[in-house]
Ligand binder design. Structure first.
Ligand SMILES: C[S@@+](CC[C@H](N)C(=O)[O-])C[C@H]1O[C@@H](n2cnc3c(N)ncnc32)[C@H](O)[C@@H]1O
Length: 214
């Protein structure tokens, strides 16, 4: 179960995290994911990034706890998704985008299928700080070693309650330091509402290549 009342936020339309267009760092760095991959998007919401990744030739599988968000994604793209019969979690697909509606910590490879890349924007930063190791372990359980990832985080001065939570560089290095990890870009926070709330902040994009855990 997510620690935060995400269903309530979706119900009440408090989704200031939703960008409504592809993330600028994704547009700039999508190449690090390679070509024609099957990309896992944890905590995907109804992000436009799902459609952008599919338009680049990838197949995409998002995992989202709130069914309303998954349904909204397809509705807003004017498509009627099919619903997988016999799946353990409601699983909606249209074109190259699938969304599994379930708790990210509960889904398995059997639920999401084989993936060979991952994209995280506003997923790690949405996780409670004490759950970050668990979150990264869940990513590793679904994404095989050798797979590329693109991680977009947000880092801001202390003293503000999240989510989003500030995820400074040393914390990303602690979580993914044994993997190949490279900062690709950084820029002042893209989301003006969030940036105003936390008094600035830095968006940062990282390339990751997962190594086998030892
Ligand atoms: C900050 S939003 C980011 C959504 C999306 N990545 C984006 O860029 O717009 C975090 C999303 O994760 C979902 N979520 C939170 N905890 C989850 C969990 N344990 N499993 C699956 N989804 C979760 C929430 O419902 C919410 O839609």
């Amino acid at each position: 179960m997510p620690e935060h009342d995400w269903a309530g936020r979706w119900r009440e339309g408090k989704i200031g995290f939703h960008e409504g267009k592809p993330n600028p760092f994704l547009e700039r760095h999508v190449g690090v994911l390679g070509s024609k991959r099957r990309v896992l998007v944890p905590l995907c919401g109804k992000a436009e990034d799902l459609a952008f990744l599919a338009a680049q030739g990838h197949r995409v599988v998002g995992v989202e706890y709130v069914e309303q968000a998954a349904i909204a994604f397809f509705e807003e793209h004017g498509v009627k998704p099919s619903r997988a019969a016999g799946a353990r979690f409601p699983t909606y697909s249209a074109g190259d985008v699938t969304i599994v509606v379930g708790d990210f910590y509960a889904v398995t490879r059997a639920d999401v299928g084989e993936v060979d890349a991952f994209y995280d924007r506003a997923a790690l930063i949405a996780v409670e700080p004490e759950s970050r190791d668990r979150y990264v372990a869940a990513v590793r359980a679904l994404v095989p070693p050798g797979s590329p990832g693109l991680l977009v985080t947000f880092d801001y001065p202390p003293g503000v309650e999240g989510p989003p939570h500030s995820v400074p560089q040393p914390e990303v290095r602690r979580l993914y330091g044994k993997d190949t990890l490279e900062v690709l870009s950084e820029a002042p926070g893209f989301n003006p509402r969030v940036a105003a709330a936390v008094g600035g902040g830095t968006d940062r994009a990282y390339r990751i290549v997962l190594k086998a855990s030892t």
